[in-house]
Design a protein around this ligand. Structure first.
Ligand SMILES: C[S@@+](CC[C@H](N)C(=O)[O-])C[C@H]1O[C@@H](n2cnc3c(N)ncnc32)[C@H](O)[C@@H]1O
Length: 491
């Protein structure tokens, strides 16, 4: 029997370093670099009490806010990425499943027929997929009325005429995205929405947005996130998979539908998928998750000042954490639990630009704490280290004397760890130890380059000069390290 240190779903200390993948509402929307929940819940439960304030200055998808509030901790979350803020707010104000379902029905009545008309094939049937090779339409697929085998048709002049009807369509509801020249994610500064979507897809997304924008805030947010979540599959970035598997010793020439992958890769052989079908299938997934949940709504305040005067609730702020943290009083935070961008691992704002343009939210790229290959951005390692040092300095000021700072981190080169030098130099914080966290990628998008890492470390720090007896318990976490993991790296 393993030692059970926290009771949530009968998790054990083993699960902290080998967590499971996301389920339900946490797997609904992709977010680059999502972290598993186990270790975070462990620290919230073990080292904070009710009404204590937990802070995550690099919030991301924001599940930590929900985990804190459901345990009556106060919570402050900050992120520069509007998508992250929308998602975090969504998790705190989930609509009731029945209300979401009614909203979906309403949208269906308003736009499904119109969207489907744009995919009409000659025999008054509706196409589900179009297979393209560059600008040439190769096949049109229909869903069968009975059975599972799709119907594949050769394109007709009717199909081509339908497509032509949209050729000069100008998108109305999506703001112009800003792309940078970054070969790592296959983007360039000339790229536009029309490189990522067919004009027909954009016209149909516009129809959905016309309806979504009429709903009250929390339903609208859930519907918008359904749309951003489905947008990759609505784009022309969906790979066609060929030559996979053999049937009766013959290589199959069957084409299968792949998915949109990290970045802006535009495969020559690709699909255009019926926008309504993409939207509906994401919405159904969300409905299922909402149905399985309790519908508790959590208190949110617009400002940190208001939260400080309350005994519970949260404040979710869209901004640069290095600015926002300066407004947090000294020694007011019991636990800082955060996962900052890991040097050059994932360029969050560049990757989220497609989503943020659909959300119509503006983005302040200059403030991002990141190392990016994007030529126009000038985001180099030196600036990254300086910003990370500022984050550590501010953390040491606002953390309570008996507080803990957890930093989720890993980086391929020794230089990226250099910001931790400030811990020794300033002598305000003390490194207690670290543990590895291995998890599978499932709904998480990790670094998929050669030598890309599948492990993160959780660095545990406390205020220097104060005694908190955590070491004995933490030493039981498998893989517990007493030195900073970068020591293992070669410079
Ligand atoms: C590793 S992700 C966090 C992922 C999160 N732990 C999760 O599980 O979803 C890092 C986050 O830092 C955010 N970020 C980058 N620069 C920032 C800044 N200056 N202020 C606040 N957030 C920033 C990015 O937008 C990104 O969401």
């Amino acid at each position: 029997m393993q030692l059970t240190l926290f009771d949530l779903d009968r998790k054990t200390i083993e699960d902290i370093s080998h967590p499971s993948t996301y389920k339900g509402i946490y797997s609904f929307h992709k977010y680059w670099g999502k972290k598993p929940t186990e270790s975070i819940i462990y620290f919230i439960q073990k080292y904070t009490s009710e009404s204590d304030i937990v802070l995550d200055p690099f919030l991301g998808s924001g599940f930590i806010g929900r985990e804190c509030l459901s345990r009556n901790r106060r919570f402050i979350g900050i992120d520069l990425n509007p998508l992250a803020i929308e998602h975090s707010n969504f998790l705190l104000t989930l609509p009731k499943a029945s209300i979401f379902k009614a909203a979906l029905k309403q949208i269906e009545q308003k736009v499904k027929r119109k969207i489907n008309e744009s995919y009409l094939v000659g025999n008054s049937k509706i196409a589900s997929h179009y297979l393209w090779q560059g600008d040439n339409l190769l096949k049109v697929w229909l869903k069968p009325e009975i059975g599972r085998n799709r119907i594949e048709l050769e394109p007709t002049s009717f199909d081509l005429e339908k497509i032509k009807q949209f050729s000069s369509y100008l998108v109305r509801n999506i703001r112009k995205p800003t792309f940078f020249t970054n070969s790592r994610i296959n983007s360039n500064n000339q790229m536009s929405l029309y490189d990522l979507f067919t004009p027909r897809a954009l016209s149909n997304i516009d129809l959905l947005l016309d309806e979504i924008n009429l709903f009250p805030e929390n339903i609208q947010r859930a519907l918008l996130l359904t749309l951003t979540s489905a947008s990759g599959q609505m784009s022309s970035m969906v790979f066609a998979i060929t030559n996979r598997g053999k049937t009766k010793n013959q290589i199959s020439n069957k084409v299968e539908v792949g998915s949109w992958v990290i970045g802006y890769w535009r495969p020559e052989l690709h699909f255009e998928i019926n926008v309504w079908n993409c939207f509906e299938s994401r919405a159904k997934k969300l409905y299922k998750s909402l149905f399985e949940l309790d519908e508790r709504e959590y208190q949110k305040y617009d400002s940190i000042d208001i939260l400080l005067g309350k005994k519970n609730g949260s404040s979710i702020i869209n901004g640069d954490c290095l600015d926002v943290m300066t407004k947090i009083p000294d020694k007011s935070i019991k636990l800082i639990c955060t996962d900052p961008p890991h040097s050059d691992r994932i360029p969050y704002l560049e990757l989220s630009e497609m989503w943020n343009s659909i959300l119509n939210k503006s983005v302040i790229f200059e403030k991002e704490v990141i190392v990016s290959n994007a030529k126009e951005r000038n985001k180099k390692i030196h600036e990254y280290i300086e910003k990370m040092k500022s984050f550590i300095n501010e953390s040491s000021r606002i953390i309570a004397d008996d507080g803990i700072l957890l930093i989720y981190f890993n980086a391929r080169n020794k230089q990226s760890w250099k910001f931790l030098e400030i811990v020794k130099i300033s002598n305000k914080l003390q490194f207690i130890g670290a543990f590895p966290m291995e998890y599978s990628a499932n709904s998480v998008v990790q670094d998929n380059r050669k030598n890309g890492m599948k492990t993160d470390y959780v660095l545990v720090l406390k205020k220097a000069g104060y005694i908190i007896n955590v070491k004995h318990e933490l030493e039981q976490i498998p893989g517990w390290l007493v030195s900073i993991p970068e020591m293992a790296l070669v410079s």
